[in-house]
Design a binder for this molecule. Structure first.
Ligand code: PMP
Length: 363
């Protein structure tokens, strides 16, 4: 094995992957055991790939206890394609879809849904810079809506939904791109869940979709086949060539997740990691968390300093110290530490030490 120097990677996505997964990919890249060819070269119709796909699906099902009346789909086009696919499939004529507007990604989902049909923004915290998610009491839900769309974790603003909204019998659709499998998730409370893989699940290029089977009857035959959940489900995510390498890697990440003890164990570690970082942010007032405390994300920790000049210095010096990717999204400013499942706790300790030292020098 060659010796490599790895920095602490706080990127919001594509993001850090577990070391054992990278090592396995590296080891098997020239030839999968007993296949004699690389994962990058084998046919998606080969028995080897069919088994990789089936195993990835089985492991997703086992990790999240996915009920048997849900399809597991591996699609392409990122979560952004789901912004369109969800309304194209689920929002019939004469129906209204409710959207909870709690962050920049949810806003983009609304923009796409409006191109397809009637949208009601059930609540919005845009005027508060999305520094919190709307409360249940604020939701103005449409009776018999086609569905309610939410974003479980707002990657850019660093907020997350702690308790799922009560939407009665209306199907709940959730964009879980940035917190999928970081904590236990009650699949049965959702009708459809989608996640771009490139934060907690694997590399970019594959999007995980879990969809309750009764939703598939809404997909009209007139839809483009690639955009049709029913077609994708009937074909077991193999209507066309799936993103084979991304599915393979996602499968390895699922195996790693299972070896870590699954979602409950993962949540415990994630809570501990985030608590250390928020503890440092709150310690003296030198740093300022941008999200309301009761909405703070365990995955994306956003914070600011007293001036943009200090923030620039923080980003520059932290990068030089091997802490990469801490610059916040331009819409929020400041810093963002994305600390997904695979982000090591030693990296949190390194950041906390850096923050203390920075404060000592500049505070
Ligand atoms: N939703 C959320 C919550 C995201 O964080 C992102 C990407 N950062 C997206 C959607 C868009 O995902 P993609 O780039 O896979 O289209």
């Amino acid at each position: 094995m060659t010796t490599v120097t790895r920095v602490y990677n706080f990127s919001s996505g594509p993001a850090v992957l577990p070391m054992p997964v990278l090592e396995e990919i590296q080891r098997d890249l020239l030839a999968l055991p007993s296949v004699g060819m690389s994962i990058l070269e084998i046919s998606h119709r080969s028995a080897a790939f069919e088994s990789i796909l089936a195993q990835a699906e089985a492991d997703v099902r086992s990790v999240a206890a996915v009920p048997s009346n849900y399809k597991v789909l591996f699609l392409q086009g990122g979560a952004s394609t789901q912004f369109s696919m969800v309304p194209m499939n689920l929002l019939g004529p004469g129906m209204t879809a409710d959207y909870i507007d709690a962050g920049s990604w949810g806003e983009k989902a609304i923009k796409e849904a409006k191109k397809v049909g009637t949208v009601n923004v059930a609540a919005s915290t845009k005027s508060e810079n999305y520094s919190r998610v709307p409360t249940q009491a604020e939701l103005k839900l449409t009776p018999n809506a086609a569905y309610v769309h939410m974003t479980s974790n707002n990657t850019i603003e660093g907020t997350e939904v702690k308790t799922l909204p009560d939407v009665g019998d209306v199907p709940l659709v959730s964009d879980t791109s940035s917190d999928m499998f970081s904590r236990p998730i009650d699949i049965a409370k959702h009708a459809l869940i989608y996640s771009g893989a490139q934060k907690n699940l694997g590399p970019s290029g594959v999007t995980l979709v879990l969809v309750r089977e009764d939703m598939l009857s809404r997909s009209q035959k007139s839809l483009p086949s690639m955009m049709n959940y029913a077609v994708q489900a009937e074909n077991g995510s193999m209507y066309n060539t799936p993103p084979t390498f991304a599915v393979y890697t996602l499968g390895l990440v699922m195996k790693w997740l299972i070896a870590q003890g699954g979602l409950t164990a993962m949540a415990e570690v994630n809570e501990r990691k985030a608590a250390k970082l928020y503890g440092e942010i709150d310690r003296t007032g030198f740093y300022r968390g941008t999200a309301h405390k009761d909405c703070r994300s365990l995955m994306n920790v956003t914070f600011r300093l007293a001036s943009e000049e200090l923030e620039k210095a923080f980003v520059k010096e932290s990068t030089a110290a091997g802490l990469d990717g801490l610059k916040g999204h331009r819409s929020v400013g400041g810093m963002r530490a994305s600390i997904y499942n695979a982000f090591p706790e030693t990296g949190i300790d390194a950041l906390v030490s850096f923050m203390r030292e920075f404060e000592r020098k500049r505070g």
